[in-house]
Ligand binder design. Structure first.
Ligand code: ZN
Length: 280
């Protein structure tokens, strides 16, 4: 019996993503504030289809918007670690990265009474220390890497990647990777961002992106007996009217293809049973 899983994930960055970029004008901050409106619309839509999802919520969002954050957990969705400040960990020392990770865990514990089992880095970037820290603090899974699309895999530590030598891969860890892709993230398609150094044009037509997103799942159902596909959305971005309509069309299209919707911690448990970790 084939089983094709869709994970809808929402990075509830709100103000934190703009602050981390140094964009703190009232207008930039207001773009983050719109995330609260978007989150409300998404929760209503998920409830209509009785879908449970995973929300990566920075500590800054939880402590700025405790009621909007609590509403997510109260509706039965998973809350997972997305840093406290939404700064990329690149350039942080291991100590700074651990402080950020644990501060975010503390915010989540105060909100829902238990610590999260999943982690997604802001901007999906990892340092050579990240996986070690996540293993040390007993995370079940993370969702940042792109080495597969339909099949989770085990993370590694201590890869040796050098310019003039072939790569040497380090040992696998028990930490499960639930992979992502920029093509399945709403922000690069839709969100116009201008900084002094670069422009992300965004503003794509929603139907064009919807077609790509459905076809990735169609290929999964055509080619794999078991697999999972992760969609990443941001309430401040997907929450606009035409994109919320697109999200509903996505849900309907996935249901027509027989999708099972799971929060990531449930998918990680299922993968762990299918492919138990073997220490090298
Ligand atoms: Zn984020």
């Amino acid at each position: 019996m084939p089983r094709h899983i869709a994970c809808l994930t929402f990075d509830f960055d709100a103000l934190s993503t703009w602050i981390a970029r140094g964009m703190m004008s009232p207008t930039s901050i207001s773009r983050g504030e719109f995330g609260v409106i978007g989150a409300r619309r998404i929760l209503k839509l998920l409830s209509k289809y009785d879908i449970k999802s995973t929300w990566f919520v920075p500590g800054h969002t939880i402590e700025t918007y405790p009621e909007a954050s609590k509403a997510i957990a109260d509706a039965g969705h998973e809350i997972a670690n997305h840093g406290w400040t939404h700064r990329s960990p690149l350039g942080m020392s291991a100590e700074e990265e651990e402080t950020e990770l644990l501060r975010a865990n503390d915010s989540i514990k105060r909100l829902i009474g238990k610590k999260p089992v999943g982690y997604r880095s802001p901007i999906w970037d990892l340092t050579p220390n990240t996986v070690k820290l996540l293993v040390r603090h007993q995370f079940l899974y993370e969702s940042n890497l792109m080495a597969n699309d339909y099949t989770p895999f085990r993370t590694r530590t201590d890869d040796k990647i050098e310019l003039l030598e072939p790569a040497v891969f380090g040992p696998e860890t028990p930490l499960i990777e639930i992979p992502v892709s920029w093509s399945l993230d709403d922000a690069p398609h839709f969100e116009l961002v201008r900084t002094p150094n670069w422009v992300q044009p965004g503003l794509m037509q929603a139907e064009a992106v919807l077609s790509n997103w459905l076809n990735d799942f169609r290929y999964l159902t055509d080619t794999e007996e078991w697999g999972a596909l992760t969609y990443t959305c941001h309430p401040y971005c997907i929450g606009r009217g035409h994109r919320i309509r697109m999200l509903e069309q996505l849900i309907r299209g996935l249901l027509e293809m027989g999708a099972t919707f799971l929060p990531m911690h449930v998918l990680a448990d299922e993968f762990d049973k299918r492919a138990p970790f073997k220490r090298a």
